[in-house]
Unconditional design. Structure first.
Length: 84
């Protein structure tokens, strides 16, 4: 295999890897857009939110909206301040 053929083979191989990466990124963007679409539809009252299905250790356990909001506050309590 000559030099030009090797360069071409490397370039084609790189493009195939890049193509797969691009396809995965496009699929991720599509998923993000679908999620955003659902969230907007819920905010506008066009769609009801789907309940989260807990599995494993938490299967069958029910949490109130207050408990969930409290957990969110605790989780993000230090998110805005840097700890040194």
């Amino acid at each position: 295999m000559g030099y030009n053929e090797k360069v071409f083979a490397i370039a084609v191989g790189g493009l195939k890897k890049m193509d797969a990466s691009i396809v995965r990124r496009i699929e991720a963007i599509q998923n993000e857009l679908e999620q955003l679409k659902r969230e907007i539809a819920i905010d506008l009252g066009m769609e009801k939110p789907r309940p989260t299905q807990l599995e494993g250790l938490w299967a069958g356990v029910e949490f109130s909206d207050e408990e969930i909001e409290e957990a969110k506050r605790e989780l993000f309590l230090g998110a805005s301040s840097k700890e040194e």
